[in-house]
Write a protein that binds this ligand. Sequence first.
Ligand code: BDR
Ligand code: CA
Length: 311
Amino acid sequence: MQKPKKIILDCDPGHDDAIAMILAASNPHIQLEAITTVAGNVELEKTTLNALRMCDILGLEDIPVARGAEQPLVREREIAPTIHGKTGLDGPIFPEVPKKAVVDQHAVDVIIEKVMASNDDIYLVPTGPLTNIALAIQKEPKIVEKIREVVLMGGGTFGNWTPTAEFNIYVDAEAADIVFKSGASVTMFGLDITHQTIASEAILKQISEIGNPVSHLVSELLIYFSKSYKQVFGFDGAPIHDACTIAYLIDDSIFDFEKVHVDIETEGNYTYGTTCVDRLHVTGREPNVKFAHQLDYERFWRLIVSALRGG
Ligand code: BDR
Ligand code: CA
């Protein structure tokens, strides 16, 4: 078997972040080096609490969890309770106080330390706003050439927070701009791809029939998340956006990619936070992003369902 891929999951759980965690924790191809948290779907206090609760459930006693940025770099914070509820993980009932505690080090320093100590073989996997990653690049620019890939969920050729902007990029577009311009290898899972992952009724049924504690939790998460997506967007099910990043690291042949140039809009009256994806190469600019545009639905869900069955 190939060596497991070392990853730092930088997240804002979040229903789909939680499913990404489950997939990462259960797969032998992935070695979780750290989990870092950021304000996004809800405030930092709550995303951190949710990450710790998920670690308890998944038995990740030895994986450090570090708190990151409470605020975007420049703009006022925005959160998404309409999608993820007040707690950020509405649906299941969790024990009030998690057993696990955060480490006494800021997420940005954990990222820098792990990347600098690596043999250029570490993947950063942001599934929330890019604030921590941008701060790490600003504090220690040398990490850029040591990061194997930034595998992120964000952006797309349409929006879900404004007509043109996706939530993670919109919340901290200045941070996204730093990351996309940094020269790091960026693999992008935007809404074009993540909306192809909608959990159908048949998938929900398969998961509910597995009948172990983690599959039970995922059922509850997906029931709540699907209800939000029905109410807010009229969708027949919820896309599990963030899990695409981990699925790719486990098996990249599930996805099709194009090399494209992407710029981040940080001004714009109507377009703040838009990822300007040059799919037709009209700018003539060098591609800076590997852009996922197509996935194999059956294989994607087979991976998730078999992870929930225990392999
Ligand atoms: C992204 O925003 C959050 O609601 C999800 O967790 C995902 O990372 C989708 O736009
Ligand atoms: Ca997220």
